[in-house]
Design a protein around this ligand. Structure first.
Ligand code: ADP
Ligand code: MG
Length: 397
C-alpha cells in the first residue's frame, strides 16, 4: 500500500513540521554551503504547504556535532535558513534551539505562509537517544508531521521515528521527495522493464555485498567497474598489482562470483598508473593482469565500449558506484562515458550513492537521468530490502 502524502492532508491554517534533509556539504575552512541541492530539493514540499495556506517548521541534522561549541560553530542552521529564504523567496525565521523556549515561542507565532527553521537536531542529545520527552516537545510545535528526508529513513533518530508517533493518525505523512523515491524504487524493484542492468562500482565490495546479492535476484546483468573489480579479479587468482583490494574479502568475492555465474561481468581492460596523482600521459591501458607497482584507477576503452553496448539495449538501469577515481581528471573517462549512456538512453535510469550522485551531477548529466536518489546508505539499504522503521510509523493512504 502507498503512504499517505502531504497532498492528502488539509494543511490550511495548520502548522506543518517537515523533517527535511538539510545536511548540506560545507566548505571546511569557511563553513560556507558548498552545494545547496538538498535545500532546493526540499522546496516542492515546502512550497506546496505554503501555497495551500499552511505554515512550515523545518528540522534537520547538519554534520556530526562534537558537543564543543567552538568546533561546531559551522554546524548551526543559520546559513541554511538564510539560503532557504533566498531560494524560496519567502522570509525564514530561525530558532536558537531545537525544541526549547525559542522554538516554542517562534512556532506559536507562526502565521500561514511563514517558515521557521529549528536549530541542528543533533545539538540536542534527545535526537540520537530517541528520547520521548524530546519527541513530545518537538511534536507539540506542530499539527502535522511530514517525513521528507529519504537519506535518513534507514535510521531511527528521534525526529524520524519517535516524533511522528506523537502525532494523531492521519497527520503522519511523507513529503514529495520521499514519495518520488519510493515510487521509482518500487517500480524498478517490482515490475522492471527488461533487460534490467545494474552498473556497479565504487571503492569496496564489502560496502555493497547485500546490495549485489539483492540485485542478483532481480537484474539480467551486473556490470562491474571501480576498485571493487580488483577484489573480484584477485579472488580469481589474477594479478592486480597495487590496486585497491580488500584482502579479507577474497573468499566472499569468490562466492559471489560463483553464485552470479555469467550475470556478473568484470572489466576486460583497465587504465593503470603508478600513482593516483599521475598525469594522463603517464597512464596506460592493460588487458588482464596488472603489473607490480601499477594500480588500476579506471575501466579501459574496451570495457567502456562493451558496457556502452550492453547498456544501450537495456530498458531499466540502476547505477551505484563510480567506474574509477573520477575525482582525478585522468581517471574519469569511464564514469563520464557511463553517465553519458544513461543520459542518452530512453530506459528508466536510477542513480544512487553519495559519490555516484555527485559524479553525474558534477559532469552535468543529472537532468537527463530518470531519478538521482537523495539517499546514499538509505538507497543501498532500500534496494537490499531492509525495512525502514521510520516509514512504518507513517499513515497509509
Ligand atoms: P557511492 O558513494 O556512490 O556508493 P563508493 O563510496 O562505493 O560510491 O565509492 C566511491 C569512491 O570510489 C570514489 O571516491 C572513487 O574515487 C573510488 N574509486 C572508484 N574506482 C576506484 C579505483 N579503481 N581505485 C581507487 N578508488 C576508486
Ligand atoms: Mg560513498
Amino acid at each position: 500500500m502507498a503512504k499517505r502524502t502531504v497532498a492528502d492532508v488539509d494543511v490550511a491554517g495548520k502548522r506543518v513540521m517537515i523533517r527535511v534533509d538539510f545536511n548540506v556539504p560545507l566548505d571546511k575552512k569557511t563553513g560556507a554551503i558548498a552545494d545547496d541541492r538538498r535545500i532546493r530539493g526540499a522546496l516542492p514540499t515546502i512550497s506546496n504547504v505554503l501555497h495551500r495556506g499552511g505554515s512550515v517548521i523545518c528540522m534537520s541534522h547538519l554534520g556530526r556535532p562534537s558537543g564543543d561549541p567552538a568546533k561546531d560553530k559551522f554546524l548551526t542552521m543559520d546559513r541554511v535558513a538564510e539560503r532557504l529564504a533566498e531560494v524560496l523567496g519567502v522570509p525564514v525565521t530561525k530558532a536558537a534551539d531545537v525544541a526549547g523556549p525559542s522554538a516554542a515561542a517562534l512556532a506559536a507565532q507562526l502565521r500561514p505562509g511563514q517558515v521557521l527553521v529549528l536549530e541542528n537536531l543533533r545539538f540536542d542529545d534527545g535526537e540520537k537517544d530517541g528520547d520521548e520527552g524530546f519527541a513530545k516537545r518537538l511534536a507539540a510545535l506542530a499539527d502535522i508531521y511530514v517525513n521528507d528526508a529519504f537519506g535518513t529513513c534507514h535510521r531511527t533518530d528521534a525526529s524520524m521515528y519517535a516524533v511522528p508517533q506523537q502525532f494523531p493518525p492521519g497527520a503522519r505523512v511523507v513529503g514529495m521527495l520521499v514519495e518520488k523515491e519510493l515510487n521509482i524504487l518500487q517500480e524498478i524493484l517490482g515490475q522492471p522493464q527488461r533487460p534490467f542492468i545494474a552498473l556497479m562500482g565504487g571503492a569496496k565490495v564489502s560496502d555493497k555485498i547485500g546490495f549485489i546479492e539483492a540485485l542478483l535476484g532481480k537484474v539480467d546483468k551486473i556490470l562491474v567497474g571501480g576498485a571493487m573489480a580488483y577484489t573480484f579479479r584477485k579472488s580469481q587468482g589474477q594479478p592486480v598489482g597495487n590496486s585497491l583490494v580488500e584482502n579479507d574479502k577474497l573468499d566472499l568475492a569468490r562466492a559471489l562470483l560463483a553464485k552470479a555465474g555469467d550475470k556478473l561481468v568484470l572489466p576486460m581492460d583497465n587504465r593503470i598508473a603508478t600513482s593516483p596523482d599521475a598525469a594522463a600521459v603517464d597512464t596506460q591501458v592493460v588487458q588482464g593482469a596488472i603489473p607490480d607497482g601499477w594500480e588500476g584507477f579506471d575501466i579501459g576503452p574496451a570495457t567502456i565500449a562493451e558496457y556502452q553496448r550492453q547498456l544501450s539495449g537495456a530498458k531499466t538501469i540502476v547505477w551505484n558506484g563510480p567506474m574509477g577515481m573520477f575525482e582525478k581528471e585522468p581517471f574519469r573517462a569511464g564514469t563520464i562515458a557511463m553517465a553519458q549512456v544513461l543520459a542518452d538512453t530512453n530506459a528508466v535510469t536510477v542513480v544512487g550513492g553519495g559519490e555516484s550522485a555527485d559524479a553525474v551531477t558534477r559532469f552535468g548529466f543529472d537532468d537527463r537521468i530518470t531519478h538521482v536518489s537523495t539517499g546514499g546508505g538509505a538507497f543501498l539499504e532500500y534496494v537490499e530490502g531492509k525495512p525502514f522503521a521510520p516509514l512504518t510509523v507513517i499513515d497509509e493512504k
